[in-house]
Design a protein around this ligand. Sequence first.
Ligand code: ZN
Length: 353
Amino acid sequence: MIPVFDGHNDFLLRLYNLPGHRTEIWEGRAGGGHLDLPRMRAGGFAGGFFAIYIPSPAPTGLALGPALDRAMDAPPFDLPFPGGIPAPEAQPVALAMAGHLMALERTGTLSICKSVTDIRGAMSAGRIAAILHMEGAEPIGEDLDTLHVWHAAGLRSLGPVWSRPTVFGHGVPFRYPGDPDTGPGLTSAGKRLVRECNRLKIMIDLSHLNEKGFDDVAALSDAPLVATHSNAHHVTPSTRNLTDRQLAAIRDSGGMVGLNFATVFLNPDGRRMPFKGWEPILRHLDHLIAHLGEDHVGFGSDFDGAEMPADLGDVAGLPRLLAALADHGFDADLIRKIACDNWLALLERTWGA
Ligand code: ZN
């Protein structure tokens, strides 16, 4: 089975929202969601980025709420922009989610990886290789002191924003049709955050950042540019997807894009409703490969954080997706690169070996 290393999941949010059920969820006895250990093993899921994400206050919390889901079923839509969350409110939530991942590590079935050597070691030992990632830097104060605490705790990847403002910058609101140029660039604290992440070799994630913020990171960062879970704006003109100009900047930096499986960012018509078959995925992949090259595209599933295509279903459906790529004409070497090898090479370029 071809292993899959994945750019983004929201499994820690699912654990956070169902307190007291970690073990039964991990062992696959709870059902629901897209990820658990038995289904990961069935799908060849070797590991990936596990996001700490601070839910917005109700009604835009888990999965943005049913009313907003309905809006995304009927484009055009322009969802209300969630307000910011102060660091003192975000910190305990972030600690709880990191605690879930550390508790899973103690079961011996998962490793929190801080290097590509760690990832390869976990994969060959049959443990899930997890990168501790933060999607939105709300838990980090403007002085950046807690960034060092998080680095010591294993944080190796950070998005300055989710789709709401932080002290560091501005995210894109969920809008279709729309382009990612939705507001101002990084704040001065955001620019200091980029430099400090470079020094600490913490990967910077551009998914959710608006276009001016993207350009600010591109101008400042000495690392490859990475969008862990975004798609092609040319195919699906959502604010969350990347324009061809952004793809060129990512390619020129030696960076990477993880294809997001969220139907709302895959469907060319912007509808969140699950589709059958693989056509939208193949169109996005063809476009991303044409603009980035075969070495700079991977997966960024958004498992446990979004509506999935019907024929994928959950993580156990990954072999069906890989079979669809083969049917589409991708050779075994390219499929291995997209499924896993490109992410590991990108992390070596970003972190060092
Ligand atoms: Zn996201």
